[in-house]
Design a protein around this ligand. Structure first.
Ligand code: NAD
Length: 481
């Protein structure tokens, strides 16, 4: 067994204490590069969810009353411990999720940064005090923790998607139950143990891996003691959770799917745009909600851009992410690989030109090669559905208005990227693009200090930045004479 795995707790973490699942249920976690079982972990069910809820509700008053400075210092220690154990975290992320080690290290930096960022935010939860305009009273506005929170996370960033939620909730004074994705529960279990080591009091955090998400989530969402749902995942699951949350008018934050346009205007620095596209497309093997899903290039530079991007994509090495020199790891599972294949086949059947890749790699592991398609016909599913894989789909356009229209032709609105040398155009287009985040002449935009989130069907609310902690706070108005 890989030595990293020996340090991973494999029971549930109920209020920070390890405990087997009711009826001792367990489920396997696979390495997507080898299809072998890494470990078996406890498999939470409704009984365990109920116990986690009891603990979260019982601990909430004490945790809310814990001085912000104390909450901040626990988060700061957690940041330092994640950094101290970075090799262990990075290897574990690669083993269960597949991304190359260098990218796992980048995720550890990004994920740890939320702990540091929210340790700094915990002591800056401010209200206000003003005179009523009529002169007939005073207005006191204060912030209070929203209360016990359920966090549900996806598999593509096993550490960062969790710390982005847990750090903000802990900073705000909310007890939290986190349900990681079944493909990648191990990183969150290790993180739960690190939070305990950092001094997080028992009861504040529970980690509930499960093979049956609905069986754990549905009773929690129906429980009147739960006050907040924060979800990152697909738009389809997000909609069904929103419907359940509506029954109790539960506070929600929803980080959902994306279909990011990457728009290259005629005046762009083409070489910089190619590097940016490579980062925006291939970071995390394309399995990122912010991944450039559609690359729209002005016809004036389309041929040059396509040729240069194809050359760069062809040089990427695919393989087991634990090996040195690998740029692209496997996809998360066979279902995801078949889906990528289906979207590529659909585009080719409808007339797209395949310039690179396009066939699943034979042998063990869920590998799919870097793929470039151009002349994408307007009916291709690739233009409207999230591909979540290493597939660059390039389409031409004519002029600025056409480029903006192409960018906005989607019900999603998470990230968008624009490349131009003209600052006026950059700002004009950034204002017109319907997305929560816009990268101007850069292909990677995530930053713990910036508000991350989408508009339209990409979600509700923001994570990170000054906005991130507000998602876990209620505003209370106290009227004074
Ligand atoms: P998913 O929606 O299938 O699963 C996400 C989480 O929801 C998992 O933990 C899963 O177990 C859980 N889940 C599934 N069905 C559920 C149910 N009925 N009740 C409660 N929980 C349920 O998504 P995924 O395949 O894990 O992740 C990929 C998706 O996540 C993509 O659409 C991607 O764009 C999105 N994503 C969004 C962001 C963002 O910040 N906007 C970040 C990363 C990923």
């Amino acid at each position: 067994m890989d030595a990293t795995l020996t340090s991973v707790p494999t029971e549930l973490l109920l209020g920070g204490c390890e405990k087997p699942a009711a009826r001792a249920r367990r489920f396997p976690v696979y390495n997507p590069a080898t299809e072998e079982i890494l470990l078996e972990t406890a498999d939470a069910g409704p009984d365990d969810a109920a116990q986690a809820m009891d603990i979260a509700a019982a601990t909430q008053p004490d945790w809310a009353a814990t001085p912000p400075r104390q909450r901040a210092e626990i988060l700061r220690r957690a940041y330092e411990l994640v950094e101290l154990y970075r090799d262990r975290f990075a290897r574990l992320i690669t083993l269960e999720m597949g991304k190359p080690l260098a990218e796992s290290h980048a995720e550890v930096s990004y994920g740890a940064e939320f702990l540091r960022w929210f340790s700094e935010e915990a002591v800056r939860i401010n209200g206000r005090y003003t005179a009523a305009p009529s002169g007939a009273g005073r207005i006191l506005v204060t912030k209070q923790p929203v209360g016990p929170t359920l966090a549900i996370t996806p598999w593509n960033f096993p550490l960062a998607m969790g710390t982005r939620k847990v750090a903000a909730a802990v900073a705000a004074g909310c007890t939290t139950i986190i349900k990681p994705a079944p493909d990648t529960p191990l990183t969150m279990l290790l993180f739960g143990a690190v939070m305990a080591e950092a001094g997080l009091p028992q009861g504040v955090l529970s980690v509930l891996p499960t093979s049956d998400a609905a069986a754990v989530a549905a009773p929690l969402l129906a429980d009147p003691r739960l006050r907040k749902l924060t979800f990152t995942g697909s738009t389809g699951v997000g909609k069904s959770l929103l419907a359940q949350a509506a029954d109790r008018v539960l506070r929600t934050s929803m980080e959902l799917g994306g279909n990011a346009p990457f728009v290259v205007f005629a005046d762009a620095d083409v070489d910089a745009a190619v590097e940016g596209a490579l980062a925006a497309k291939m970071r995390n093997g394309g399995e990122a909600c912010t991944a450039a899903n559609r690359i729209h290039v002005d016809n004036a530079v389309l041929a040059e851009f396509t040729e240069k991007l194809t050359v760069r994509m062809a040089k990427l090495t695919v393989g087991d992410g634990t090996r040195p020199g690998v740029d692209v790891g496997p996809l998360i599972n066979e279902r995801q690989r078949s889906r990528v294949g289906e979207l590529v086949d659909d585009a080719v059947d409808k007339g797209a030109a395949l310039l690179l890749g396009g066939q699943p790699t034979p042998g063990r592991g869920y590998f799919y090669p870097p793929t470039v398609l151009t002349e994408i016909p307007s009916g291709a599913r690739l233009l409207t559905e999230e591909v979540f894989g290493p597939v660059a789909a390039i389409a031409g356009f004519d002029g600025e208005a056409d480029g903006v229209a192409a960018a906005n032709a989607t019900e999603y609105g998470l990230a968008a990227y624009i490349y131009t040398r003209d600052l006026d155009r950059a700002l004009r287009v950034a204002e017109q693009v319907e997305s929560g985040m816009v990268g101007v002449n850069r292909g990677v935009i995530s930053d713990a200090a910036a508000p991350f989130g989408g508009i339209k069907e990409s979600g509700l609310g923001r994570e990170g930045g000054g906005e991130g902690i507000e998602e876990y706070l209620e505003t209370k108005y106290i009227a004074l004479t």
